[in-house]
Design a protein around this ligand. Structure first.
Ligand code: SF4
Length: 237
């Protein structure tokens, strides 16, 4: 496979920190580039060429992204001996055709593949047919992205038809939950997972406690950010 993909980082073994697979041992493949620019993004080094995250962490944008062959990335992932690979970003579906041979190889070896997406890119039938699970995280108004950029109703309706899908919303307040409820009513999204916003333990816990009762009352699921609680805002874990 001579196809190349634009990679930010490959790391693991670690555990999935968010959503339905929280706590599961896995490897991470973080792809480069994103079509949104959320003001609280926790991976700006995948797309923002300023080289400074909003919490003051500096990075060199010239060294963050690398074109790597699928074979090379596959070998690195297999060496971690995991049963789950999480493909994240950035927005990984901007490279969905290029990543398809990699996903097919992993699944043919009995390794589950989860793709984390912002839900703005329509997933192709060929990728869905491989048996990936999508963790779809549409962005709310507090992301700072304009609504026409962050909500793609056609894409979200297609994700809804894929087996094992989960819709995961980053929330900080009960008002955010009302916004999720409006989207759910309009598009029939299910199941809903709510995740507290925060890059530091204190923020994650505070937002979790703010939304927990209302999440349960609405019949939704709640996830923490396990990697932040375990490792803080360190990269590569
Ligand atoms: S969609 Fe995700 S990667 Fe892209 S800017 Fe928003 S939080 Fe960051």
């Amino acid at each position: 496979m001579s196809t190349t993909i634009v990679v930010n980082e490959v790391f693991g073994p670690t555990v999935q920190g968010e959503g339905p697979s929280t706590g599961h041992r896995c490897a991470f493949l973080r792809l480069g580039g994103c079509n949104l620019s959320c003001r609280w993004c926790d991976t700006p080094y995948t797309w923002d060429w300023q080289g400074l995250s909003d919490d003051g962490h500096a990075y060199d944008p010239h060294t963050e992204l690398t074109a790597r062959s699928v074979n090379d990335v596959l070998a690195e992932l297999l060496a971690m001996d995991v049963r789950l690979v999480v493909i994240s970003g950035g927005e990984p579906l901007n490279q969905q055709r290029r990543m398809r041979p990699l996903v097919a190889e992993l699944i043919s070896r009995g390794i589950a593949v989860e793709i984390e997406t912002n839900g703005t890119v329509v997933p192709e039938d060929e990728l869905i047919a491989l048996g990936v699970r999508f963790n779809v995280s549409p962005k709310l108004a507090h992301s700072g992205d304009e609504e026409h950029r962050r909500i793609n109703a056609d894409a979200l309706r297609k994700f809804q038809q894929t087996p094992g899908v989960a819709f995961k919303f980053v929330c900080r307040s009960v008002d955010d939950l009302a916004e999720v409820g409006t989207l759910q009513a309009a598009l029939g999204l299910d199941p809903i997972w709510i995740m507290p916003e925060g890059k530091k333990e204190q923020a994650v816990i505070a937002h979790l406690q703010t939304v927990a009762d209302e999440v349960v009352r609405r019949g939704w699921n709640l996830t923490t950010r396990l990697h932040v609680l375990a490792w803080g805002d360190r990269r590569g874990v």
